[in-house]
Ligand binder design. Structure first.
Ligand code: 6R9
Length: 646
């Protein structure tokens, strides 16, 4: 193996500053006994009984895991349960009048649902779906923005034991059609339209086009959101008419086997073609409930807010299923963080006295860019814990988040997981572990993961390699359970799952994520981690956000291009010198960027991930290809003209 194949990143991460969780937090934390790690390891896989015991089972499971050596795996064999019952009915005796959902809609529009109100609406809608013909093995596609009817429809499907297939509301008609067709879904729940940044989006037109495009016949339920006189036509039914017709109906929750599908979802489209993932009723629900409790420290009396969209896995797991399984109050926000003003989120945290707030690093970097004066306008003292998910969280953003949102006090959990994993696999436990800003944390108790080189051997501490998960986990999807997909049996025959993320692990077992494995940049035979370059650039004062890609270069093969979005009030020239200086210092002159391109924003998918493929195309002056997954396509023109002008 030549030196060019070796990752260039072998710098020590063990010198990271550590932050102890404050005593007041530990005292009240759901999980605060450090012995949890040893106990889970000793008792694996039985330890996961603790997660399953957070749920009510119609039939107890006979074992925890079948097939520990390799697929097919079966979590909680023999167990039967219903997810809607677990998220609603079982809470009624104790808290029927407690809020289950708090919804904040477009400019001042808001609605709340107690657990009893949620029970009634879910039952009525489940009865309506059944009358429309929805039955076993059907897939109901839900194409709704962040409105309460979205979790209602999901839970109504779960009640009937029917899989839902939520498609992010911002997706195009084509994307919806592909996802419906691949799921062979004959039912669609959508709306006439909705408001985004003050203007109406015509949702039903997109749904109509998708309906025409798919081969199967589709029955459509339309929720009236805009109050326009909607023309319904054949096979379209009005959501409110359906509810009225089934008011007071009660639908017996259908008992499901632990491994039965709860829902389908597609992975976010940062790379390649979207992949369908099916999650299970028992294993998934147990895993999201346990991580909601142990990592997000959610308590029934909390008001909890995850600012993701339910259209992504984060919203499924940590807006709907995890929080509701624990009987807490979960906030749904149908809006953007800077509309009408840049303090919108903090206004809501204050108004609802939010206890736990979970968002994405890209959002934190935006807050940082807008300035600390926005959160400073509000009383955020109700916050107890902050979390992030979706991308590596650099130390500077971590510190800013803790300081300006968390009052310098709240623990911050950087949680690593994927659509495929269903629930969090790597994070600190906020009531147990010290935190290391810029480092995600350890594999959770009960999760076995390590960092390996190309040959599959463990790398040394702090050396970069690929993260592999070496034992099954309850939230694993069907294709991994039955071994039909990406369970990689390597030459030694041991099962492992490859998330395709590069990472390093320090001597304490803490994992630093370095990006997707295909994100490395090879300059003159040396490999640099995209994420390492990016976090160096993002660590420079005045840089709000940065993306780094490799572009073709005559002499070095590849050259580094840095796309930088500056904080307000910073000049390009000073920043350029500071960025170069930081890279030279952190990595060396060989990593000095060929180009530093300043832009007001980076091209992002609708789930907030930077689309590096497009930046690579810009850097190489190539055709941009399909940009339909972008939230802000207009930014590409601006970036192209600034690279051309360099
Ligand atoms: C939940 C979600 C998964 C990919 C994953 C990784 C990146 C997620 C991260 C993180 C570093 C974290 N990712 N959390 N990278 N630190 N805390 O985001 O699912 O949309 O499927 O994306 O996101 O690269 O492989 P999904």
């Amino acid at each position: 193996m030549t030196s060019g194949d070796e990752p260039a990143d072998d710098r020590s991460h063990s010198d990271h500053a550590t932050v102890e969780p404050p005593e007041w937090f530990v005292e009240q934390a759901n999980v605060s006994d450090p012995a949890v790690y040893d106990r889970f390891e000793r008792e694996w896989p039985d330890c996961w009984r603790e997660a399953a015991s957070l749920l009510d089972w119609d039939e107890p499971f006979e074992g925890v895991l079948c097939g520990a050596e390799g697929p097919p795996f079966e979590w909680f064999p023999g167990g039967r349960l219903n997810a809607s019952y677990n998220c609603i009915d079982r809470h009624l005796p104790e808290r029927k009048n407690q809020l289950a959902l708090v919804w904040e809609g477009h400019l001042g529009e808001s609605r709340t649902y107690t657990y009893l109100e949620l029970y009634r609406e879910v039952n009525a809608f489940a009865a309506a779906l059944r009358e429309l013909g929805v039955g076993e093995d059907d897939v109901v596609t839900i194409y709704l923005p962040m409105v309460p009817e979205l979790p209602v429809a999901m839970l109504a499907c779960a009640r009937l034991g029917v899989a839902h297939n939520v498609v992010f509301a911002g997706f195009s008609a084509d994307a919806l059609a592909t996802r419906m067709e691949r799921a062979d879904s004959e039912y669609l729940v959508t709306c006439d339209g909705y408001y985004r940044r003050g203007s109406a989006v015509a949702q039903k037109n997109k749904a109509d086009n998708a309906r025409i495009a798919v081969e199967q016949d589709v029955s459509v339920v339309v929720l009236d959101r805009l109050g326009h006189d909607i023309h319904l036509g054949d096979d379209y039914v009005d959501y409110h008419d359906l509810l009225a017709a089934h008011e007071g109906a009660e639908v017996e929750p259908i008992s499901r086997a632990a491994g039965d599908p709860l829902f389908r979802i597609y992975t976010s489209g940062t790379t390649g073609r979207p992949k369908a993932v099916t999650h299970t009723t028992g294993g998934y629900l147990a895993h999201v409930a346990w991580t909601s409790q142990a990592v997000l420290d959610i308590k029934p009396e909390d008001t909890y807010w995850c600012s993701a969209d339910i259209g992504w896995i984060t919203g499924h797991s940590y807006i709907v299923y995890g929080p509701l399984a624990l009987g807490t109050t979960t906030v749904l926000y149908n809006g953007t963080p800077d509309h009408p003003e840049k303090d919108r989120l903090w206004e809501l945290v204050e108004q609802y006295a939010v206890d736990v707030f979970y968002t994405a690093p890209t959002a934190v970097r935006a807050f940082m860019k807008w300035g600390k004066e926005h959160p400073a306008k509000h009383d955020l003292s109700s916050l107890r814990l902050l979390g992030t998910v979706g991308e590596p969280m650099d130390a500077r953003a971590w510190e800013w988040y803790r300081e300006h949102i968390g009052g310098g006090e709240c623990p911050v959990v950087d949680t690593w997981w994927q659509t495929e994993t269903g629930a969090i696999l790597v994070s600190t436990l906020p009531g147990v572990d010290e935190m290391k800003p810029g480092v995600a944390g350890k594999p959770l108790p009960g999760v076995e993961a390590t960092v390996v080189d190309r040959s599959g051997a463990d790398v040394k501490p702090n050396e970069a390699g690929e993260l592999v998960v070496t034992q099954p986990w309850p939230g694993m999807p069907r294709s991994l359970l039955d071994g039909t997909d990406w369970g990689v049996p390597p030459s030694d025959g041991e099962w492992r799952y490859r998330p395709e993320d590069s990472a390093s692990m320090d001597g304490d077992g803490y994992v630093t994520f370095l990006g997707r494995i295909d994100d490395a940049i090879n300059v003159a035979g040396r490999r640099f981690s995209t994420m390492e370059l990016e976090s160096t650039v993002a660590g420079v004062d005045g840089v709000a956000e940065a993306a780094v890609v490799g572009a073709n270069h005559e002499t070095t093969g590849t050259a580094i291009y840095a796309f930088v979005s500056p904080e307000d009030g910073y000049g390009k020239n000073g920043l350029r010198a500071d960025i170069e200086g930081a890279i030279v210092e952190a990595i060396g002159g060989i990593a000095r960027p060929e180009e530093i391109v300043f832009t007001p924003d980076l091209p992002k998918t609708r789930s907030g991930k930077v689309m590096r493929r497009l930046l690579t195309a810009v850097a190489n002056d190539e055709d941009l290809g399909d940009t339909s997954a972008l939230r802000n396509p207009e930014i590409l023109g601006e970036i192209q003209s600034s690279t051309a002008g360099e």
